[in-house]
Design a protein around this ligand. Structure first.
Ligand code: GLC
Ligand code: CA
Length: 557
């Protein structure tokens, strides 16, 4: 079934976080006109689809993931006319646009919630999840993703409402059919505008167990915000969405499924086409976490990463489609995380990581700046952070005595979402060419060295390497459709695997570390063609070893 050809299997997606991409009017905030200006850059990179992080009207408690009007554009980002122009300009270049669909929750400033909290008999009351307290406490021990309880007491009606994210992001009540129809109407409105699909924010969380059972408490005393994941009606609701919305056009859908298991993913992304095209899973983002707690400096063990990636590759084979990512706006920069951001190894390790991911089966996602090898930021004071997740965790865990200030600053510099959100580095002029004004968040000081202007056209740059990886996907069906098999599962240093399609076979080899690693090319690949490699010479695979962060891909047919 994975051999069934679909455009979204053959595409490479590029994620834009608009606030940090390109500011066109000097107010320090990236915007839609800025994106339109830079479409030729993306065309040159060769991507097929843009996933646009939210651009809807929002009070910006969580940078646009708290929406107060789904049918208008945030003033900071421009106007609906700017959006229409951007969409048309993208389509002219053969680039498709995926909208971020954030419908597990709205902003508390959305008119639905403003009404809902007014009285118990307000017609909008059941649009959200209201519960009485239990013995003067919250209805259960669920935690918010952004620290503290997931319940907020509202004086007006003396009940609690549920917010799995911030207090300004109340959860919608998907069990109410009117809510579902409101969401479906809104989605149809965007499809009618001509957008090409949706990335669905935490869609795995929309159906809550009506008993609201307690979960196992984590380091701050609350159960994970993922507690309600894959709830009782989630598949039913997504199937309804497919019938009422998605079946109308040939679109692409990817569900962000926090807390998803392989078994659940087979349902969300089943090739039978009843639900979504693919999901984002997060198990590989937990390999350097401590039992789900990301605030740690634990190093990943490569064997864990291989185990997770392989379980998903093999588990979904012929059943559902994978999505592939190292980075997004919620994750630190992969070159700093799983590679090396030291000058000597930055480019070579960025290329190795890109190869490892892009040669797997699934649709690859590139997060803005990843194609330049952009790195983590390393702020040394909490005042420089803008992300509410980082700021809340810092205060909560220090107050509770779980970590010291120094520890938290260290963990933030490794894991904060702001690492991904610093302005895109266009060139070596003021503010990295991102803005003429004062950027809303500090620019990474390494922009003089790492920027698009320096890399576009330089044949051995990270950018050129991504171009080539994307091209290989267009030229070789095996990159898209070949079957994946892991080699050397016990190696602590090397990630190697094959892809097979008919008579053709690829060998992908990656040394994940600075140390040389013993490796000899298997006999059947001795006369193979080398499709891509990250050392300029042709000594790949000779001398029975891999050099620091070395990678190459061989093909036989
Ligand atoms: C998703 C988004 C994240 C946001 C959260 C709440 O995980 O990717 O950025 O904070 O949902 O909408
Ligand atoms: Ca602007």
């Amino acid at each position: 079934m994975n051999l069934e050809k679909r455009w979204w299997k053959e595409s490479v997606v590029y994620q834009i976080y608009p606030r940090s991409f390109k500011d066109s009017n000097g107010d320090g905030i990236g915007d839609l006109k800025g994106i339109t200006e830079k479409l030729d850059y993306l065309k040159e990179l060769g991507i097929d689809v843009i996933w646009l992080s939210p651009v809807y009207q929002s009070p910006n408690d969580d940078n646009g993931y708290d929406i107060s009007d789904y049918r208008s554009i945030m003033a900071d980002f421009g106007t609906m006319q700017d959006f229409d122009e951007m969409l048309a300009a993208a389509h002219e270049r053969g680039i498709k646009i995926l909208m971020d669909l954030v419908v597990n929750h709205t902003s508390d400033e959305h008119p639905w919630f403003v009404e809902s909290r007014k009285s118990k008999d307000n017609p909008y009351r059941d649009y959200y999840i209201w519960r009485d307290g239990k013995d003067g406490h919250e209805p259960n021990n669920w935690g918010s993703c952004f620290s503290g309880s997931a319940w907020k007491y509202d004086e007006q009606t003396q009940m609690y409402f549920l917010h799995l994210f911030s207090k300004k992001q109340p959860d919608l009540n998907w069990d109410n059919p009117i809510v579902r129809d409101e969401v479906f109407d809104m989605m149809n409105w965007w499809l009618d505008k001509g957008i090409d699909g949706f990335r669905m924010d935490v869609i795995s969380l929309i159906s809550k167990n009506p008993d609201f059972p307690d979960g196992i408490p984590g380091i701050n005393g609350y159960a994970s915000f993922n507690e309600p994941a894959n709830g009782p009606h989630v598949h039913e609701y997504i199937q309804e969405m497919r019938e009422k919305v998605l079946n109308r056009t040939d679109n692409m859908t990817v569900g962000e499924c926090s807390g998803v298991t392989l078994e659940e993913a087979k349902k969300y992304a089943s090739s039978d086409g009843k639900e979504l095209n693919m999901v984002f899973q997060f198990e590989h983002m937990d390999v350097d976490a401590d039992e789900g707690n990301k605030w740690t400096d634990k190093k990943m063990d490569l064997r864990d990463l291989k185990e997770v990636m392989t379980r998903w590759e093999k588990g979904l084979e012929d059943i559902a489609w994978n999505s592939l990512f190292w980075n997004n706006h919620d994750q630190p920069r992969v070159v700093s995380r799983f590679g090396s951001d030291q000058k000597e190894y930055r480019e070579i390790s960025a290329k190795m990581l890109a190869t490892c991911l892009h040669m797997m089966q699934g649709t690859p996602y590139i997060y803005q700046g990843e194609e330049l090898g952009m790195t983590n930021i390393h702020f040394d004071t909490i005042d420089d952070y803008r992300d509410l997740d980082s700021i809340n965790a810092y205060h909560e865990l220090i107050e509770q005595g779980v970590y010291t200030k120094e520890e938290m600053l260290k963990f933030l510099s490794m894991k904060s979402r702001d690492n991904a959100r610093t302005p895109f580095q266009w060139d070596d002029s003021k503010n990295a060419g991102f803005s003429d004004g004062t950027p809303w968040i500090k620019v990474n000081p390494n922009y003089a060295e790492i920027n698009a202007k320096e890399q576009v056209g330089r044949s051995d740059s990270v950018f050129s390497y991504y171009q080539k990886l994307i091209r290989l996907r267009k030229e070789h069906d095996i990159v898209v459709y070949g079957t994946y098999d892991l080699l050397l599962p016990d190696s602590k240093e090397i990630y190697a695997y094959t892809r097979t399609l008919g008579e053709e076979k690829l060998l992908v080899v990656c040394n994940f570390y600075e140390k040389e690693a013993a490796f000899s090319v298997p006999e059947e690949f001795k006369d193979a063609e080398c499709l891509i490699k990250n050392y300029v010479d042709d000594n790949w695979g000779s001398e029975g070893k891999l050099r620091p962060y070395e990678t190459f891909v061989l093909k036989i047919s």
